[in-house]
Ligand binder design. Structure first.
Ligand code: UGA
Length: 465
């Protein structure tokens, strides 16, 4: 925004002084392709980073709240095994209180964080109750639709910009729309009421997650029937009403948004007594867990002699290619399950630091028990204890694909990194054990038949073994 609106001064504030220091340095606290160049070009010009929160609020005409809204950790959330969850709005509440205390002139307050429907009212109530007399606040919802890895492009060429506000905030909506209009065509900027804007965000993520679960559910059917998942997906996607995006079969979706937002939607439905609607969305999460379970079970069934003491090269740990983010990554659940089978893991990811992988694998991976019970296949996940050493002593962090593959019995592709599409499979066939299996969880292998000629047995998501 700072790049596109040179006449506006932007100040980013955070309670974490270390993060602010990192934003001011050459090593930014997040990895996003192209971001460093943009930050460098605007920093100190019209983009500022500061730990002085009050001063920034005091001076601002518009305040964007972009704090995180994690899943609320409380016993109520365990009822549905993580498949329905309220969001923790503490960060939002603290921001609203702080704005109310500091502001001495009227401001537009924008909720940018993903929030449950009606959070705008919650913010308005706090601002009205604790604000100084005569200071007016217009609360708008302007949900974020950026994807990690393509955030810059998504912001520069958005499909839509949604601005929600209650009656009486039209001038504020116009003011925000005029900022976006500096680079977004006005027919893509839509205004609506506050609750619709909030719900549009949750619904968009839920529908995208539903598409991934839909194609993954069909992949199970393909494995059982011999149909080819890529052809089925192509056949569906050529219908212009369906379209081609988010129909890529995988080991399941991950990241900080999909699971959290669908679980939040389920919670919203349940809290409104809409249990059937809640169950419908919950099934999107169940299929996602089922997909991870199936991947490991299949491996344990297909690999001669099972997985005990087998060396498995795990390629990728991030929740998707193009990011080093590992929040809710399916790779963590799968690696933990493989350790429970007694396997030795050699893990390589081009961006995720080894320490972060190890820390993840030390955490218990929550696989909803009811999901496992519901699956007709035996669970590869021991409920509480494992007979095998599940400590990270059986995990080796590698610095290249080929280091990970050396002496491996199994290659498991867990993240769709571009690099994995260009693997030299001839080299793999020389480095890996013979015979070796390639479990392709992200469909990166373009020509499985060619690999067969090299003695590598490819078992891809959505193809019969
Ligand atoms: C998602 C949405 O796509 C963004 O529009 C939204 O702004 C963002 O959440 C958010 O709420 O902040 P993101 O989580 O960054 O973005 O990543 P996606 O590209 O949506 O991928 C999510 C997961 O689905 C990844 O694990 C990815 O590998 C998986 N996926 C995606 C598939 O398995 N198959 C597909 O066809 C597409």
């Amino acid at each position: 925004m700072a790049q596109k609106c040179p006449d506006i001064q932007f100040t980013v504030v955070d309670t974490d002084a270390k993060r602010i220091a990192a934003w001011k340095s050459s090593s930014l606290p997040v990895y996003e392709p192209g971001l460093d160049k943009i930050v460098e070009s605007r920093r100190g010009v019209n983009l500022h980073f500061s730990a002085d929160i009050d001063s920034a609020i005091y001076k601002a005409d518009i305040v964007l709240i972009a704090v995180n809204t994690p899943t609320l950790a409380q016993p109520n959330n365990s009822i549905s095994n993580g498949l329905a969850a309220a969001l923790d709005l503490t960060g939002i509440e603290e921001c609203a209180r702080r704005i109310a205390q500091v502001a001495r002139h009227s401001k537009i307050v924008i909720e940018k964080s993903t929030v449950p429907c009606k959070t705008g009212d919650f913010i308005s109530n706090i601002l009205d109750r604790y604000g100084h007399p005569g200071v007016m606040f217009d609360v708008l919802s302007n949900p974020e639709f950026l994807s990690e890895g393509t955030a810059i492009q998504d912001l520069l060429e958005p499909d839509r910009v949604i601005i929600g506000g209650k009656r009486g905030t039209e001038h504020a909506q116009k003011a925000l729309a005029s900022i976006y209009a500096q680079w977004v065509s006005t027919d893509r900027i839509v205004t609506m009421d506050l609750w619709s804007a909030e719900l549009a965000k949750l619904a968009s993520n839920a529908i995208l997650a539903q598409r991934v679960s839909s194609i993954n559910a069909i992949s199970a059917l393909c494995e059982a029937t011999g149909a080819n998942i890529s052809d089925v997906a192509r056949g569906c996607s050529m219908d212009s009403r369906i379209g081609s995006q988010f129909l890529r079969p995988s080991i399941g979706f991950g990241g900080s948004c999909f699971h959290k937002d669908v679980a939040s939607l389920v919670w919203l439905c349940e809290s409104l007594g809409l249990y059937e609607v809640g169950k419908y969305w919950q099934q999107v999460l169940r299929i996602n867990e089922y997909q991870k379970t199936r991947f490991v079970t299949r491996m344990a069934q297909v690999v001669d002699g099972g997985l005990l003491n087998k060396r498995i090269a795990c390629l990728g740990f991030a929740y998707k290619g193009g990011t080093r983010d590992t929040r809710n990554t399916p790779a963590a659940t799968i690696c933990s399950a493989l350790l429970e089978h007694g396997a030795q893991l050699s893990i390589y990811d081009p961006k995720v630091p080894g320490q972060s992988i190890i820390e993840h694998l030390k955490e218990p991976q929550n696989m909803p028990a009811e999901t496992i019970a519901a699956s007709s296949i035996a669970s590869p996940f021991s409920p509480v204890f494992s007979a095998h050493d599940t400590t990270t002593s059986n995990v080796h962090i590698c610095t290249s694909v080929y280091e990970a593959i050396a002496n491996a019995h199994v290659v498991a592709v867990l993240t769709a990194w571009e690099e994995f599409q260009n693997i030299d499979w001839y080299r793999v066939s020389k480095l890996a054990c013979n015979p070796a299996y390639v479990f392709d969880g992200q469909l990166v292998v373009k020509d499985p038949a060619a690999l067969k000629g090299l003695g590598l047995h490819v078992i891809a998501i959505g193809s019969p073994a």
